[in-house]
Design a protein around this ligand. Sequence first.
Ligand code: ADP
Ligand code: MG
Length: 327
Amino acid sequence: DSIANQIAAGEVVQRPASVVKELLENSVDAQAKTIQVIIREAGKTLIQIIDDGNGMSETDARMSFERHATSKIRSSDDLFRIRTMGFRGEALASIAAVAQVELRTRRSDASRTADELGTLIRIEGSEIKTQESVSCLPGTNILVKNLFFNVPARRNFLKTNSVEMRHILDEFQRIALAHPEVGFSLYHNDSEIYNLQAGKLSRRIVDLFGKQYREQLAYCEEETPYVNVRGYIGKPEFARKTRGEQFFFVNSRFVKHNYLHHAVVGAYEGMIQDGSHPFYVLFIDIDPSHIDINIHPTKTEIKFDDERSVYAIVMAAVRKAVGVYNL
Ligand code: ADP
Ligand code: MG
């Protein structure tokens, strides 16, 4: 029922940025090549995501709002085989419990069973208002309006637009970094914030953070049977006092990891001042059976079964790359 949905929604949807994150992950999971994000008032009144991914059939579209109907977890072993970003099947149900949602979706040619017509579903506070066939582009176009319209306590708890927008930008940047092969654009109140062409990771970093990064990056790579590390690190003199531009992705998922951060900083020893933080974007790829993703929806923590090895390999990779500057 809708109260249970609202309570469960609180776990997944804490603020507009959580909606942006879940919807972007869905578009990536649907193999979109380009994803457009349109935001109004820091997501408080509108979050719209348009993708050119696989789209959904009418039945799947309806099912996508049912909690756990689409869960990819059938046994506890499945938790260790997760390859898609989403796996709980509760994001759309949660969002629809606390917002006014309009979904247009149509299966694309890529999904083998292309449809001529798409499906429109309107749902407000878990209540289906409309379900009909419509003509629309292949892919998925979803609007989330007036977040927490039916939960005043939550709506009043939201921070200023600039704070909420900062959270949205953080989520957007993480997903855009994790998927340089996908084109992304972001608009806020009709102004273009980003227009990122699909391409290489180095280009994505420069497009996201600025031209000044172009000459500051060193490629970093280390392959072992247990784990592969690759990405870019910044020159030592490019290290900053403020933390923020450090990114670890484990199997494409953004994670925070203080212990591994320490490994990176350690690799710069003697080259950066105490208390300054090097720039890095590092991808750690590992067999999912060696990691434990905290299954709490909003957690970004992860455990490795052999953390010390990952530490050593990350440090070795970064040390080699830092050495480039010392030739
Ligand atoms: P999860 O991602 O954990 O499966 P969600 O609630 O986020 O759960 O999405 C439910 C289902 O709806 C997904 O598993 C997927 O099948 C479908 N879906 C959601 N968004 C899209 C999209 N943009 N394109 C295609 N299918 C989608
Ligand atoms: Mg999802």
